[in-house]
Write a protein that binds this ligand. Structure first.
Ligand code: HEM
Length: 335
């Protein structure tokens, strides 16, 4: 029989702790968790390659910043942030769902993926490229630059029915709150992510029809629209006009990430109904105010800082890591 001396026991314990803490990291195992710099050893230039691709896309057209930011939301809210929105399958695919109408940016993600596959084949997931691209897009239009934890793996499932519960532009504030809560996101996250993200980009008049001409209850226009703003909206999106015409979500500064959108929401000049609904509820109104004006002690919440935190939180929804999912070879199809 062998007895362990206390010194031997100490060494064994240290070795065990080392194996548990250090080894999985060196093997790149995420243990169900994401971490900043996941590719630092396996594909050190991953983040800079994504950045260059996004930089070029935004230089070609500033609209691409909004397109890439929206893409991450639509990825994360269906089956988690697993790149499933990128899968092009048959008519039953997630992408074909009504709630995903107008989602774009696939070519930009695919171009980054192609470069990364050349350099480090089978390493960087499409889901991570989506998250990194959204961050880079935000920072390129004067928004915050934040660390993005990586290590997501790509999902293999894309079904239209799975996208049924996406937040809808005509949802009430109660429904919007509960759809965000169902994803582990707070009322503050709702304000920052849905209202805040609409500081850039456009909406098709298609999404304005109900709000301008057939609002429930009462018919006619949404009474929350500032009466001085209503004629402008109607002129841009006339009844029976072309529903594909696109108008800015943040009337004043559509290509700059700034807090202006939250002021618009407070003064009745929000463009889409779901943004205006943030003004319907005491709690979300207070959250809006905390970014617009200082409180009695003279402090004002940081829109940029809190938006970045909310994006990281959204980027954690239902992630697949470790041995789950796969690393797709191309983003548009499962392996
Ligand atoms: C309550 C939840 C939300 C609703 C109902 C909603 C709805 C919409 C609608 C209807 C559009 C116009 C789409 C088009 O015409 O193509 C839009 C655009 C956009 N959304 Fe949201 N959204 C929500 C949350 C979010 C979140 C969480 C983000 C990102 C964090 C986001 C980012 C964007 C961006 C950047 C655009 C502009 C896209 C472009 O210019 O192509 N949205 N959203």
């Amino acid at each position: 029989m062998t007895f362990l001396t206390s010194e031997m026991l100490k060494h064994t314990l240290v070795a065990l702790i080392w194996a548990l803490l250090i080894l999985p990291n060196t093997l790149g195992v995420a243990q169900g968790q994401l971490r900043v710099g996941f590719y630092s050893k396996t594909c050190p230039t991953a983040e800079s390659i994504v950045h260059k691709v996004v930089q070029k896309a935004v230089a070609d057209s500033p609209r691409n910043a909004a397109i890439l930011l929206r893409l991450q939301f639509h990825d994360c809210f269906v089956e988690g942030c697993d790149g499933s929105i990128l899968i092009e399958n048959d008519a039953d695919g997630e992408l074909k769902a009504q709630g995903n109408l107008g989602v774009q940016g696939f070519d930009i993600i695919e171009s980054a993926k192609a470069q990364l596959e050349n350099l480090c084949p089978g390493v960087v997931s499409c889901a991570d490229i989506v998250a990194l691209a959204a961050r880079d897009a935000v920072s390129l239009v004067k928004g915050p630059f934040y660390d993005v934890p990586t290590g997501r793996r790509d999902g293999r499932l894309s079904r239209m029915s799975l996208a049924e519960n996406l937040p809808d532009v005509d949802d009430s504030i109660h429904v919007l709150k509960s759809k965000f809560r169902a994803k582990g996101l707070s009322d503050k996250d709702l304000v920052l992510l849905s209202g805040g993200a609409h500081t850039i980009g456009l909406t098709a008049c298609f999404f304005m029809q109900h709000r301008l001409y057939n609002f429930t209850p009462g018919g006619g226009s949404d009474p929350a629209i500032n009466p001085r703003f209503l004629p402008q909206l109607k002129a841009h999106c006339p009844l029976n006009g072309d529903v594909n015409v696109r108008i800015p979500l943040d009337w004043a500064t559509q290509n700059v990430f700034d807090v202006h959108i939250l002021r618009n929401i407070r003064d009745g000049t929000a463009v889409i109904a779901s943004d205006a609904r943030l003004n319907d509820d005491e709690k979300t109104r207070q959250i809006l105010d905390s970014y617009i004006s200082s409180d009695s002690s003279g402090t004002r919440s940081s829109f940029n800082g809190d938006f970045a935190k909310a994006m990281v939180k959204m980027g954690n929804i239902g992630v697949k890591s470790g041995s789950q999912g796969e690393i797709r070879r191309v983003c548009s199809a499962v392996n």
